[in-house]
Design a protein around this ligand. Structure first.
Ligand SMILES: *[C@@H]1O[C@H](CO)[C@@H](O)[C@H](O)[C@H]1NC(C)=O
Ligand SMILES: *[C@@H]1O[C@H](CO)[C@@H](O)[C@H](O)[C@H]1NC(C)=O
Ligand SMILES: *[C@@H]1O[C@H](CO)[C@@H](O)[C@H](O)[C@H]1NC(C)=O
Ligand SMILES: *[C@@H]1O[C@H](CO)[C@@H](O)[C@H](O)[C@H]1NC(C)=O
Ligand SMILES: *[C@@H]1O[C@H](CO)[C@@H](O)[C@H](O)[C@H]1NC(C)=O
Ligand SMILES: *[C@@H]1O[C@H](CO)[C@@H](O)[C@H](O)[C@H]1NC(C)=O
Length: 436
């Protein structure tokens, strides 16, 4: 008898605790960069960003449609994530837990993975695909569930399969159905987590997405009720910490804070918009006005987002032109490089292995938050010699294709950034990410 009771107790102790929505536990896990950054080899990253920008502008254009829709419960959110320059997180679903890697999507609400049986799935490393039939906690979500109702009507079908989504943009698409499962992340388990089981995929590199978009019903941060999360991206190739709930806090004397803002023409946008109010290059304050990086006056568009899936930083044309001109005029004693040796960048200079002094770059955000960008986050070696020493360095900021500006992940390196959804604010401080 006693031993049976002991055994039962042991089993209970060994099972991960199931947390119900409402509790707000703190937990942490790690992010790994999908692609390494190698000095001299930025052209692949530029190429990946090009796809990312197309995706973001598509998602932003959907926002225009979202604004036109009268019913916010049928608002359009980006379900996909093209984040090939971004980060991967490990998470588990099911009982017993099935672990998979997924792209962290700060512009996406739905968390999804590939499920068997699959009509067309990308090959996944072992243990292959999630098998719903092998999990005791799996259930399909019915069409009348609030999560199903929160999917855009144009991408949703209800039939005998359940709540079916079919989302596509350009050549990319993912189709599947909504389900509920036990989610295990950072050692904590949450029951009845709504996610997408994709059974047909046509999106390069995407085995799944972790949806960390702003508080939308399906977003992981909303479902787990964590209220805030933070991450610190390492500039070396080590795993970068990401923290949720009460563990997510940025401390120290150097913390800067700016409010998140919303696009007045598209308040339901999944993107994390900040108000970039000024830029200082060296000793020059650029003549930035509220229209340089702000929302466009007419309809949806413009604005500045913080994005984990874009590598470089993209500034709206007029703002980029100011930055470039100011760097050029303060770098008169350097030999500029153009043409093929500059690759995809347009402000490059000879360094010949030496450590060249460049003007400081400071970004100013509403509320008095200043970001004194570390040199390696905005100047990079685009050409190296046979010993790996830099011969040509370039400004890693680039002109945006559309009017939306994007603060990419290189600019966020060695910085602990906090997305405080409850407080509607964004904080950051320089940090040694390996020791967070
Ligand atoms: C995620 O899981 C993979 C495969 O098990 C492992 O190689 C990798 O180190 C894990 N990543 C992190 C950040 O824990
Ligand atoms: C908005 O959506 C809700 C829930 O789906 C529905 O009951 C309502 O009729 C819709 N309103 C409009 C104006 O379409
Ligand atoms: C949804 O529909 C199912 C079956 O039709 C029903 O059993 C369930 O109670 C409904 N749920 C809600 C939230 O209405
Ligand atoms: C439900 O709709 C999807 C998408 O149109 C389709 O692929 C699937 O076969 C349908 N399921 C059933 C049972 O008809
Ligand atoms: C951004 O900040 C500027 C200066 O404080 C202000 O004029 C502008 O209205 C702000 N924009 C938004 C969208 O809050
Ligand atoms: C260019 O001039 C600045 C300021 O006069 C100086 O600090 C820097 O070392 C010079 N750079 C080169 C490559 O000569």
């Amino acid at each position: 008898m006693a031993s049976t009771a002991m055994l039962a107790l042991l089993v209970v102790l060994l099972l991960p605790p199931i947390t119900l929505a409402g509790d707000v536990p703190g937990f942490r896990t790690a992010l790994t960069r999908m692609q390494p950054y190698s000095p001299g080899k930025y052209s692949a990253a530029v190429h990946r960003d090009r796809h990312r920008l197309t995706f973001l502008s598509y998602a932003s254009a959907l926002g225009a449609g979202r604004a036109a829709a009268t019913n916010s419960s049928t608002s359009i959110q980006a379900l996909l994530e093209y984040g090939a320059g971004g980060y991967l997180m490990n998470l588990s679903i099911g009982t017993p837990p099935f672990t998979f890697q997924a792209i962290v999507g700060t512009g996406t609400d739905l968390t999804w993975t590939q499920c068997a049986p699959c009509t067309k799935c990308f090959p996944q490393p072992k243990p292959r695909l999630f098998q719903p039939a092998s999990s005791s906690s799996f259930s399909k979500l019915s069409c009348n569930s609030s999560f199903c109702q929160s999917l855009p009507t144009s991408f949703r079908t209800c039939n005998a399969t359940g709540c079916v989504y079919d989302y596509r943009y350009g050549k990319g698409y993912t189709d599947g159905y909504l389900a509920a499962e036990t989610l295990t992340i950072g050692g904590k388990s949450f029951s009845n987590f709504a996610f997408g089981c994709s059974t047909e995929n046509g999106l390069d590199n995407s085995l799944g997405v972790v949806g960390l978009a702003r508080s939308l019903p399906l977003s992981l941060v909303s479902q787990l009720g964590v209220g805030r999360f933070s991450y610190c991206l390492r500039s070396d190739d080590g795993a970068s910490p990401i923290l949720f709930g009460s563990l997510a806090k940025v401390t120290g004397g150097e913390v800067q804070t700016t409010p998140f803002v919303r696009d007045p023409a598209d308040p339901a946008s999944p993107f994390y918009y900040v108000n970039l109010t000024g830029i200082t290059v060296g000793s020059t304050d650029l003549p930035v006005t509220s229209s340089t990086f702000g929302f466009t006056q007419t309809g949806s568009g413009g604005g500045t987002i913080v994005d984990s899936g874009t590598t470089f930083t993209y500034l709206a044309e007029a703002g980029y032109a100011m930055v470039k001109k100011s760097f050029q005029s303060q770098m008169g004693n350097l030999t500029m490089v153009t043409g093929q040796r500059a690759g995809s960048f347009d402000l490059c200079f000879e360094v010949n292995g030496g450590d060249v002094t460049v003007p400081k770059l400071v970004l100013h955000f509403a509320g008095g938050a200043d970001y004194d960008v570390p040199r390696p986050s905005y100047i990079g070696a685009v050409r190296v010699d046979s010993q790996g020493r830099a011969t040509v360095e370039c400004l890693l900021l680039r002109p945006a294709k559309e009017d939306m500006s994007i603060i990419g992940n290189m600019l966020q390196m060695d910085l602990h950034v906090l997305y405080d959804l409850d407080g509607e604010k964004f904080s950051f401080a320089p940090a040694d990410c390996a020791n967070i």
